[in-house]
Design a protein. Sequence first.
Length: 444
Amino acid sequence: MRIAVVGAGPSGLYAADALSSSGADVDVLDRLPVPFGLVRYGVAPDHHSIRSVRDTLQKVLEKPGVRLLAGVEVGRDVSVEELLAAYDAVVLTYGASRDRHLDVPGEDLAGSVAATDLVAWYCGHPDADRETIESALAAARSVVVVGVGNVAVDVTRVLTAPMARLEQTDMPQHVLDALAASHITDVHVLGRRGPAQATWTTKELKELAELDGVDVLIDPTDLELEPVSAALVESDRVVARNVEVIRSWADHVSDTTHRHIHLHFHARPAEMLGTDRVETVVVERTTIDDAGAAHGTGETYEIPADLVVRSVGYRGVALDGVPFDGRRNVIPNVEGRVMDADGVPVPGLYVAGWIKRGPTGIIGTNKKDAAATVAALLEDLEARGATGGPGIEPLLRDRGVDAVAFDGWTAIDAAERALGASRGRDRTTIHDRDALVTAARAGA
Ligand code: NAP
């Protein structure tokens, strides 16, 4: 069996692991010259224990029969059709890389950025738009973060955390310099529904109040629960814990020498105002109906904002030649088998991870998800019979595409550790694509 996996993030590597354990040869392709997807470019750099899942994923790349072909973009360097001709099956695990839109006036003003772009920047993603983020950050004193999920918590923490915490991370030096120079005093976090409906997890939430020199403030009237929210607290232990943590902050008082995180609930961004760049967010108060949906009340208030971070979820995008559900932004599938417009499985084509089910769940969720897809794939191949296949290396050679293989990644890894050591840290992420490729070539 010879299988191609598209995407070297957690889903792709969990799929490669399950496939190679079943005796398949697996080529793992990634658009970027490095593996690990959102573990490298999404998990907050100060979350060391979550990031250490890298070590587990690295072991998959070390397995005989698993080959890394990084820096190869499907849709540009090779088509899905060519992959299907070169392998017994193809598993698409390319995730959900774009941001969702708010669809409010002023959203596109300078100084209003997507959390996906801010996160890419502070993780050292080679495609990060440094100028946009760094100029927005340089101007920022009061920040509005829209959304109350774990990405909103990450962004809020990174923007307010003391440098002593951030300096222990692998963030690139220019990111640390920009954060050290920032004049942020206040971060306002907006939840369009109540504290019971927030999607953050308790551990991540609690960390906000543990930051040195940071006060988390909440208006006690936001803590009154309507019947639907009270019922949620009764039935869901995570929700109950979240609400309890937020309640315990109701008596916090502000220390003027500290940075402040203000949690606002029942608060929907209605409009962003500003001349050349964002200056104010108009917030509409909401109520929650019996089904838990938010509705605007028409009552508004304003929050001054030099920087707005829209953290309202990730969005998957279509790939040429592959069916796509543009409403849910996922590839239509049944148990990981990609379905065409007539609801018929596309032979040999499978999907796993966020592009299969949408951007939800923790990293571990992808292990089970990938295993289910691999089980369906193996069942189909058993019925159809596997023939192997030439793979795509001959085709890449003909096209002059020089993929970064595992030895190239090992060289990048060593270069990042050496760069980190020169600054008294474990590692510093190399953010420049050419520098990554040069490091890979030097070692390969
Ligand atoms: P998320 O959990 O889906 O949160 C999105 C937030 O945006 C929700 O509060 C949502 O509110 C809000 N929202 C959506 N549309 C909105 C609109 N039009 N106006 C105002 N608010 C809006 O997504 P995420 O934070 O991007 O995280 C993605 C996944 O990665 C999650 O499963 C998360 O747990 C995971 N993750 C985990 C960690 C960790 O474990 N440490 C870290 C980062 C991410 P509604 O609920 O009202 O729609």
